[in-house]
Design a protein around this ligand. Sequence first.
Ligand code: NAP
Length: 402
Amino acid sequence: MRAGVAPDHQHTKAITDLFARIEAQPGFSYALGLEVGVDVTHEQLLQRHDAVVYATGASADRRLGVPGEDLPGNTTATAVVAWYNGHPDHVATPIDLDAERTVVVGNGNVALDVARVLLSDPAQLARTDIADHALEALRTSRLRCVELVARRGPAQAAFTVPELVGLLHHPDVDVVVPQRDLLDGDDVKSRLLREGTTAEPVEGRRHVLLRFLAAPVEVLGERAVTGVRLARTRLETDVDGTVRAMPTGELDDVATTSVLRSVGYRSTPVPGVPFDPVAHRIPNVGGRVLDAAGGALLPRTYVVGWAKRGPTGFIGTNKSCSLETVNHLLADVALGRLDHESVLGAPGRSVRGQDLVGLDLDAWRRLDAHERVAGREQGRPRRKVVERARMLDVVNGVASAR
Ligand code: NAP
């Protein structure tokens, strides 16, 4: 919720009320600020608990695999989202807001989130819990156009209808589709785009430009990005109904100093936990972790969310996904599969040799209350503390609300 959901989607964050109810239940505890493989091992977790459920998500970005993708001027949606949401690892991530045009590869909901937040009026964002450093940077941004490049057509666009409708009604951001001939389809997305967009931007207005049937083949530049080369595509439908983008052989170069790829996320391995390097997931059957893809069940180990099934779906999808895992866990309790010699008592030592004690629920509540108080003074839901050291100061009562 904190690092992933866009700051202008506060209603989505209402799910944290449910988290607060769960936190308050007897028997619930947190050990926060511990990293598996760094502070604690999978084996240590298993020794101390009847079961371990991994909910580690997909924190890395997918790559395009085209030349020039690592030139300065390339950024990823993962980095931009983490930057504006105040993830401690991305406070200092350089985000180019000097360019008037940024090209975003991909047109999923994340691409829409990034385009909308980067183009929104900072005065409106100042009412959200966007990180302070991002708000400051956006106040002096020169960005006017975010061009979303998609290899397929409007009907196949990866963004969802509610997110498109939200963008079409945005007060500060226009949506422009120059390829009007592609908008004559009967599907909902084509119709909404036909009726809710213009062929050209209005002078001076910030806008999202949607380009279809174009796949990047190279990011241009020698020392830094100067543009992106796009291969035009046409659509082919397989026997199973899958619509594919096939290159026509025609190329277009778009000049820009800023390219942002938003082509999906990727899970990364958790040390000591099996990982399928092809599917980029923790191998599992219905949330029960396997020792390898297609292998044997790993005792008392489970997985939920994007680490379980890949980076697709909404919060609701994750709810039903979790339910499946928890039902299997409960079935295993009934089958006696969780029986083991438990090692309780002293917390023990971490991998780094420190006491194995994470931050608890009280620590989180102190940070949460501090941020809410600091936010209230500015009419915001919260003002995030983004540096780890300052978070610890707040938790330990050293820092006052500023
Ligand atoms: P996504 O929906 O999978 O979209 C990925 C985009 O990248 C698609 O446009 C895809 O095109 C394109 N792409 C992938 N590989 C490419 C390549 N090699 N060259 C060119 N284009 C390529 O991923 P996402 O936007 O990261 O979202 C992840 C999940 O989170 C989705 O299920 C999304 O709905 C969800 N989400 C929801 C919300 C919300 O509800 N508000 C907000 C954020 C995220 P093709 O379609 O042609 O493959």
